[in-house]
Design a protein around this ligand. Structure first.
Ligand code: 8YV
Length: 332
């Protein structure tokens, strides 16, 4: 008798080719209208599925996991970050968790670099001038002046895959690379990037012109850039965050930019997505911050690669092997 296909519940729409392949391989339930699942729908999904494929928009906490059915053995996350999944509780219940690392590194680093450039060079502000009702009065020597990024100090918080990819790009733009990380990176990499390691985040912050947040969100990094730490920054410093909103105290950040205690910020992620702090929206209208709707990894190529990874993780697991992208609490 042929082996029964696993019931795979996918919580959001995925690229067509990924969905087609999943339908061929598994007994797949898709979300055709792409509406985020309600709590009740998520509970129904974990009760029946063999495999759940969630995204960052699903909160898989212990309350949800406590209602998981006997069959649920794998949560194959479509995404790298797993801060929306209670990984420890999942493992305690015998549920393996996987993610999709590596395939969104370059895209996210590109978007980080775009924000590093956009804020000091007033990119969004300039572009809205031409589409607003006011007529452009023409070039002038003192108009729309931003700040040079070449030769400035960039402080990267989290020198993992994405942080390193940001450093490579930033070095090519003439920025001096500084970083804070749990562990110092290999000497060869430090040398190649001409990077300076700071064991003390506080000390690094006080010296930087631009700070880029590239670490995962874990209990240890929640509000890592707290009000106290933000006050250590120079008044003319910028913050760029393409990691997770929760790592920065968003209210404190907005307050300080408003009070001219910080120069500005480029943010792709927010503390309470999809809600965006109204103070930040006001600052964006005033041209002091650039806001993007969590699109750091949003490329067609990246999403297809993420889908491929999810499929490989499910197939390997179903074949009785250890999936390549297993997430363990000790990694977080
Ligand atoms: C993804 C992300 O789009 O992978 C991540 O951690 O933040 C995003 O870029 C999202 O997570 C998909 O679930």
């Amino acid at each position: 008798m042929p082996k029964k296909k696993p019931l795979v519940v996918v919580t959001r729409r995925l690229p067509e080719s990924v969905e087609t392949r999943m339908r061929e391989l598994f007994d797949t339930r898709l979300n055709d209208d792409d509406r985020p699942l309600s709590q009740a729908e998520l509970v129904a999904a974990v009760k029946t599925a063999d495999v759940l494929v969630p995204t960052v928009t699903d909160r898989i906490d212990s309350a949800i996991l406590s209602q998981a059915g006997e069959n649920l053995k794998l949560i194959a996350n479509f995404g790298n970050g797993v801060d929306h999944i209670d990984v420890a509780t999942a493992l305690a219940r015998g549920i393996t968790v996987t993610n999709t690392p590596g395939v969104l590194t370059e895209d996210t680093a590109d978007m980080t670099m775009a924000l590093i450039l956009a804020v000091p060079r007033r990119l969004a502000e300039g572009s809205t001038i031409l589409t607003s009702d006011q007529e452009w009065q023409g070039w002038s020597p003192t108009w729309m002046l931003g700040h040079r990024i070449s030769n400035k100090r960039l402080g990267i918080i989290g020198m993992g895959r994405i942080g390193t990819a940001v450093a490579r790009r930033a070095k090519a733009f003439g920025l001096q690379i500084h970083y804070h990380n749990r562990r110092r990176v290999a000497p060869e990499l430090e040398e190649a990037l001409e990077a300076t390691y700071w064991e003390s985040l506080d000390q690094m912050l006080a010296r930087m012109h631009i700070v880029s947040v590239n670490c995962p969100h874990t209990p240890a990094t929640y509000h890592l850039l707290s009000a106290r730490r933000l006050k250590l920054l120079k008044k003319d410093a910028y913050i760029v965050n393409t990691a997770r909103g929760e790592i920065v105290d968003e209210n404190a950040l907005a307050r300080m930019i408003e009070a001219d205690e910080l120069a500005g910020a480029g943010l792709d992620v927010f503390e309470h997505e999809p809600a965006v702090n109204p103070k930040l929206v006001k600052l964006a209208r005033a041209g002091k911050v650039v806001l993007l709707p969590h699109m750091g990894s949003a490329t067609i190529e990246g999403r297809n690669d993420m889908g491929d990874k999810v499929i490989v993780n499910i197939r390997t697991f179903m074949d009785g092997h250890r999936p390549p992208d297993r997430v363990l609490p000790s990694m977080l």
